[in-house]
Design a protein around this ligand. Sequence first.
Ligand SMILES: [Zn+2]
Length: 255
Amino acid sequence: MILGIDIGGSFTDMLLYDGKNFFIHSTVPTSMEKVKNEIEKIPDVDSIGIAIAAWLKEGKIMHAPNLPFKEFDLKLDVPYIMENDANCFAYAVSKIFNEKNLVGITVGTGIGMGIVIDGKIYHGMGLAGEIGHTFIGGDEPCVCGGKGHLECYFSGWSIRKRHGKEAKELFEKNKFPYDENFEIFCRALANATLLFDPSIIAIGGRIGGRLSKEKLHKIYDFLPSQFQPEIKVIKDDYMVAKGACYLAEEMKNKL
Ligand SMILES: [Zn+2]
């Protein structure tokens, strides 16, 4: 059995995969100890895929502004592979929809982007796709240490910052202020489209998966008409964990 773990800024999702079907295992608040306890409860795991909301280079965490810990220091007895969460998301979309060129955007606590080119995750020097930290304007401080980044305008943490405790309640009542700075988000996605000309822009994550596809058509307002990517809203909160499972399966097959 393969275990896929999606370690996000607020929650960690775990999914089991037998090579054919996925089985939801659990969701716990993100902390190293809770993740460790959950893994120990699962017998017969032969490989693990870990998707993490962090900047990675060669499998090492370089920067993790949205995580409650700075280092991943779990000692695991089985082979594992660690990959950026948005990359896992984009990869799962590529596998499930059989699309070879796409971008996947996750919006949760922060914003991530995974790029799939010719069926493979594109890493650049390791950190490709950090659209959440592209400069939009202004001097609002960002969690990464910069200022005026996309996440300062549109992300779970910035909405929480603006609305305080009320944000959680708004989310649960399905009254989250998704429209706040929405156009800025759409402009950023249009820019990504111009850079990669994907066949699909897939949008997911706990906030992204709840955005309206019709409203996201705003992206087309900022694109030349020759660019017509399909916009897909992925309502599956386990898409990132699924991508981690696929990567762990491929790693296992290569061993
Ligand atoms: Zn930033």
